[in-house]
Structure formats: structure tokens, C-alpha cells
Design a protein around this ligand. Sequence first.
Ligand SMILES: [Zn+2]
Length: 640
Amino acid sequence: MPAAAMAPLIALGAVAGVASRAEAQQAAGAPPAAQQLYVPRAVQRAYARGTRSPDGRPGARYWQNRGRYDITVTASPPDRTVRGTEQIVYVNNSPDTLRNLVIKLFVNIHKPGAPRASGASEAYLTPGVQIDRFAVNGAATPWQNDPGFFTWQPVKLPAAVAPHDSVRLAFDWHYEISREAGREGMIDPTTYYLAYFYPRVAVYDDYEGWDTMDFTDLQEFYSDFNDYDVTIRVPANYIVWGTGTLVDPQTVLQPAALRRYQASFTADTTIHVATTADVAGRRVTQPKTNDWHFRARNIPDMAFGLSDHYRWDASSVVVDSATRRRASVQAAYTDSAADFQHMVRFGQRALGWLSHNWPGVPYPYEKSTIFLGTADMEYPMMVNDNSFPDTTFSRFVAEHEIAHTYMPFYMGINETRYGFMDEGWATTFEYLIGTADMGRERTDAFYKQFRVNRWIGDPSPAEDVPIIAPADALKGISYGNNAYGKPSLGYLAVKDMLGDATFRRALLAYMERWNGKHPTPWDFFNTFNDVSGRNLDWFWHNWYFTTHYIDLAIASVAPANGGYVVTLDNVGGMAAPVDLKVRYADGTAETLHQTAAIWQADQRRATVTVRTAKTIQSVDLDGGIWVDATAADNHWAATH
Ligand SMILES: [Zn+2]
């Protein structure tokens, strides 16, 4: 049944307060039918209200809020105090009257007592964000700096914001940059990474309302699409790299550096915009306090790196063959990071490959900067990566982080709650580009070791939490496997089952429908059903909504008319593809690939017919990257 046929049922249930069929079944103690996905009540309500459509499209009444941010930040290393002033125009596109706002203050993760996914060292701790001035529509408004909230804080507005109205907010704030950099902080005494650095309005969405999830340094983003003008004010000889167009670069760069910078936008080879010697010789920036002004429109976030001794490489690459549009690729690093000398080339490769292969959507921004830091972490138009002795690993990390451009940034994903919609895709793209870079065998071996084996090798129930479980309710191994390896294997299994052409059509439709919006997992599942023309709910349920793991076994190999029937048991339950490696008595062999479709009819047992006139000597199951938890029962041999 196409997913759309469920719509009237869900709508009626939600509007009239009548339990849906799934709820009724659960109340009666019956397990939900395999073909019916759990849909949270909040999402059912969105269908009923018409903000989302059960066929996976945004609904006719879809809305999202947005903001316009004007920010000036002053940083004067080695002084660790970062000061900011900001005006926000926040537009309420919702049908609701907003009497409160929720403000995100991510840097309060550094405050003693803040909820965190893991412990904090002394060097990590700071007093957090101090709001020095708060104003609403121009009127000074009291702000409580120690309210018992940490990374988010509710604010009562003096006057409500009506639907389609807006409110003007102003903040002055300061914080001490952390001596131990995580996703942001002090990289060295005169190199700072500024991310999550400004007060912002939390997402207020159509299915859950205000986002009041804590930022715990584990899950990463849920952001509205805003317009930004950000000025970073730094002393002479500091270079600033960051999200957005550098406005009036001639006001901050000396003429020779400016010429090299501008040439890089059409260059294929790496241009050294500023070498270490140029920076040491103070030949790069204008000899004054400089305002580095960056502008970006309709983007989920801004991040910046600044240093008085990093070198600067740049080049560009064609990301849209139709229009010949190029994107700039830049790298900022120290001479000690030998692998970073290759980063512009790695970045060109990643932008070009992702644009033209998978997902096959032209890189949506004007640039990408790879900044030497400590996080291995993505930001729009920027990644903050460690240096590694193994350059292959450096490339791998850069490719993964740049792949995040599509999820969560291009797609506005709520990865704090549904990490698998973001990390799962970055892990999938990382695998696909890795295969192109290094070949299938090496990539499979690395992917198994890095993304799969820990999950499959560990019998702890913490490994088997359903992927759909809210990521903000998880930590440790449950979060890690659910966000990365498990969902990625699921996406790759769907690709294997649908074939590349159909998979691509469905993926591109999902990306086209939800670019710049906030898709839920159900919007993704339903779009794939809708566009592929197949109801894959049995697969989504099997892979994303259960405690299954990968463990197949050969139950029997029996002679049958015209060959053999191989019966497979699905011990772990997960609908995994598998290769049957068949050896015949005459010394020949063949591999019979089975997609996950063999588990559609009966998810516990499947049969594979081997048509042959030969005698089978042995059969082995080889899951490849779909690593099997119990190897011992994957072999069958004829007894003589
Ligand atoms: Zn990632």
C-alpha cells in the first residue's frame, strides 16, 4: 500500500483524539504489523495540520521561522575574552502567537555543572556566556545570567509576537574562550576557533515546537536557515577564515596577498595566498585593527577560525558542470601539519566528487575551508580537522566532514534528535568516495574496521537500541552506532536493493523536497516509498525501528528440481544483503548476490534457489561490509 493511503487514518486519529490503528494494536498487546511504522504523535499531528504530507513532501501548510543576524565579535588574542554585539530580526512564520522565545547559548557547555556527554577538565571549564545587555524591540529588558539553565534559556517576551510578525532582539555578550578546544576554543594562544559563539533563537518547528534539547558536545546541530552579516574584529596580522563571502577583502588584505587570494577563485592548482614567511613578515593583512566582514544568506550557521601564524592555501574546483560554477577550496594550518599541505587538493577532490557522483548535487556553497584544529567537525563552508600522521586518514576525515555539507546543512536536519539522518549519510558518502579513491577492497576493510566491527562484535544490549530512538536520549556506544555505522549500512542496503538508478532518483527527490527545510525521518522514509514506487516500510521497520543486528546462518542446503535450495535463517533479524559463495565438486565456484529483498516475505527465513546441474560441495555466506555476528554458522559442506 502506498504510504499516502495511511493519511486519512492518521489524520482522523489525531484530530478526533481517536487512537490510530497502530496505537490500538499496541494497546491490545499485539505487536505492530511489520508494514506499519511507528509515527510519533507529534508527527501525526503535523500530518493532521497539513504542515507535512504522508507522501513525504512538505505539506501545503509547511512553515519555518527564520532570522536575520548582524553580529560583530572582537577577539584580541592572547586575551581570551571574546566580546560580541548582535541584532537579530526573528520572523515568526508559524500560525502560533509566541509569548516566549528560547535562546541557545551553546558556549555554556563550558560552565561548571552544565550537562555534558562526558567529563570536563579544568582547562575546558569557563564561566560561560555573560549577557551584558539584552533588548527587545529596542527596549532594554532584564536578563538572568545564572538561571539554572545552561545551553538554552527560555525568555518571556514583554509583548507576544503574532503570526507573520517579527521581533527585534539585541545582545551584548562576552565569554572566555576555553583553553581546551573541543568543537570551539583556543587551538593555541593566538589561534582561536569560534563556533556556536553567539546567542541564537532556537528552532521552533511545526511538529515539536521549541527545541529545548541540551547541547552536550555529542549531538551537533538543529538550526533554522538565517541570513548573516558577521564582522570579526582582530588585531593587525590576524587572518580570519570563515563561513560566507569575505566582503571588501581589499580593506583587510595587502595588495599582493589580495591578488593571490583573488587568483585562487579561478585556479586549478594550489596558490599560497600566505606562506608562514609572509605572515611572519607581516606582509598579509593591513597594518591596523581589521574588520573581517563575512556575509551569507539562508544558511544554518556561521563559524570562524583566526590566527596570527597560520599559513593560507587556496584553489578552486568546478562543482556544477552545467554552469561551470567553481567553488573555492582553502586550507589554514601551520608548517608542523605536514598532511595539511595536501588539504586543498583533498578538498577539491571531495567537492568535485560529491557534486558529480553521490549525492550528485552541485556543492551548494561558494567555498570550503579546512582549518587545522582539534574537532574533526563540520560547519557550513568550513571544517575543523586534526592533523594526522597518516595522510590517507587525513583525506578520509576531510571527505567525511565536507560530505556533511549536504546533511545536515543543505537539508536542515534535526541531528540532535535524529543523528542517523546526518552522520549516517556522511558515513555513506564517505564510503562511496572512499571506494572511488582507494578501490573497493581497501575501503571495505577500513569501513568494517572503523564503522561496523565494534557494533557487531559487542553483544551488549546498548548496541541494539533501535536507530529511530531519539539521539538526544542516548550516549556512548548506543549513540555512536545508531548515528554512523548502523544507518549507513541500512542506506547502502537500500541502494543495493533498489539499484543505483532508483536509489538516486529517490535520494535526489528527498533532497529537492527538503533542501532548506526541516525533514523528519518519516519524510525521508515516505519520500523513498513514494518515488521508488515501492512500499519499503517492511525494510525501514526492520532496519531502523527494531533491536535487530546482523546475524545470518545457513539452515540447510537441499537438492531440488534443477539444482538446490539453500535455506537461510535470520538469527539477528536485520534484513542484510549477503553473497552466497558456492563451490562445486568439479572445482568451479560462483557467487550469488542476494539483496535485502530476500527478507521481505519472511524476515526470519529465506530460501535461495541455485539452478545448476553440478554437485555443490560447499556454501559460504559472505556479508562483506554487512558483517555477520556469528561466522561459525555461515559455512555448509557436503558430507561424503
Ligand atoms: Zn560526521
